[in-house]
Design a binder for this molecule. Structure first.
Ligand code: SAM
Length: 244
């Protein structure tokens, strides 16, 4: 059986071990079904993260979000801080942060019970002690206060050009109304209620949303340091808001 061009040698090896009927699998791959779902896991920041059709496949850019956030946490001496992630999906962000900075006290939230099931299993697999919350970002009213807020929320609109794999990923993890900004708008207008005065906010954003979101951040946090940062392809993909 010949390896489809779009599949890496390594992934092909894993598929051969996992499936006896490769014909069926090749058909799925030809229909652009994500290889990551067929293999069942990805490598994210050096950690094994299981994935299935109920969670977004972790992206390379999100590894950069995590890397930059770790740098900020260290620079701001927030290693013992409490951190809230909004929209956990597979749990990849929170799990890596907990593994890399073990004194962080991490809570992570998702509206999808099916995604949380995957995230909990991933936390167990990686021995990461994290609190999981099943709630809606738009209704969440936390009693606790946090020092760090991180989120890679849905930000794609139905007008955006998207790659094929998105067709098979949960719509809930991808699409957002209001120019794709509805989640950021809600989070930025409510988070001062549950963030401590000194805080760090870290967002992954769409590459055309940087200017609007920087202005919005400035409006809500006029005294903060606001930093729009690039991914490895030189696109504006991260927004950091630092309230010292
Ligand atoms: C873009 S995915 C990010 C997943 C993961 N953090 C990552 O970076 O790979 C967004 C996540 O937000 C969750 N989500 C969408 N709408 C939500 C809402 N209203 N309340 C809570 N979680 C929501 C989705 O279920 C999905 O897991």
């Amino acid at each position: 059986m010949e390896k489809p061009e779009s599949v890496t040698n390594n992934d092909w090896k894993l598929l051969k071990v996992k499936y006896s009927n490769l014909k069926k699998i090749i058909k799925k791959i030809e229909q652009k079904y994500p290889v990551q779902y067929l293999i069942g896991h990805v490598d994210f920041f050096g950690y094994k993260i299981n994935v299935n059709k109920n969670v977004l496949i972790p992206r390379f850019e999100t590894e950069t979000l995590v890397e930059k956030t770790i740098d900020y946490i260290k620079k701001l001496k927030l290693e013992k801080a409490s951190l809230l992630e909004l929209g956990t999906g597979s749990g990849c962000i929170s799990i890596v942060l907990k593994k890399e900075i073990e004194d962080l006290n991490i809570s992570t939230l998702d509206i999808s019970k099916k995604a949380l099931r995957v995230a909990r299993k991933n936390a167990k697999l990686n021995k990461a002690d994290i609190t999981f919350i099943n709630n809606d970002i738009f209704k969440f009213n936390p009693v606790n206060k946090y020092d760090i807020l991180i989120s890679n929320p849905p930000y794609i609109t139905d007008k955006d050009e998207t790659d094929y794999s998105i067709k098979y990923e949960p719509k809930l993890a991808i699409f957002a109304k209001d120019d794709g900004l509805e989640y950021y708008k809600h989070i930025l207008s409510t988070c001062d209620k549950y963030l401590n005065k000194k805080n760090l906010i870290a967002f992954e954003i769409g590459d055309k949303q940087g200017n609007k979101l920087s202005k919005l951040a400035k409006k809500h946090f006029p005294n903060a340091k606001i930093s729009l940062e690039k991914d490895l392809c030189d696109r504006d993909r991260f927004l950091f808001i630092i309230n010292e």
